[in-house]
Design a protein around this ligand. Sequence first.
Ligand code: PEP
Length: 244
Amino acid sequence: MKYFVAGNWKTHLTGSAASELAGQVLSHCDELGVAVFPPSLYAERVGQVLAGSSIGLGLQDISEQGQGATTGDICSEQALDVGCQFVLVGHSERRQRQGETNEWVAQKALAAVQAGLTPVVCVGETLEQRESGQQLAVVNAQLTPVLASLPAQASWMVAYEPVWAIGTGKTASAEQAQAMHNAIRAQLGESNMQSTKILYGGSVKAANAEELAECPDVDGALVGGAALKIDEFAAIVAAFREKK
Ligand code: PEP
């Protein structure tokens, strides 16, 4: 798999609309390296639409614990049971709203890996942190406990998502994205994990996908808003397919 383009549907859509969008993804981009992350309630239903295709399926969060007394959570075993292969962990919306810490995110990533899921670990700095020049230190600190806990052969990915670019229409420039991805690649290299895919996320759309796909260290995209419009999503997939 040379690239990975994932649609994070967040809490958009109800059941029939989620099935419909899955059907559109199936007819426009049924290929290895494309995945969708529907609301967890509809993962099984979306999985049924995608059955037999090359499109991956994931949840937007996972418990760091197994089955047990963690009300409201979903554990890795349950994600696997409904056909998921992937899971997002540490999305900035969860770090902000649910108070997920770097250590907690690392525990989630480890639980996912141990169960056989591929976690996509989301990292990224706030606007305030970028404006004060802390972006490299912030992302480094977010990744440090993950690198310390995952086994060397783990299947996982990083999604660099500057918080100021998520859902705001502002995208990091190709230069800003490449600089951060290059720094992340160097940090991964210190743990012999330099081949781990690094996705960019933050207002990716058809209009900016090509220049992001041209960046040597941008291996794919995590797409929010534009993943809900099939023409946009298919164009983003096409940009990465052509450039990688
Ligand atoms: C996201 O939520 O992961 C994301 C990148 O959202 P958007 O593309 O809407 O900025």
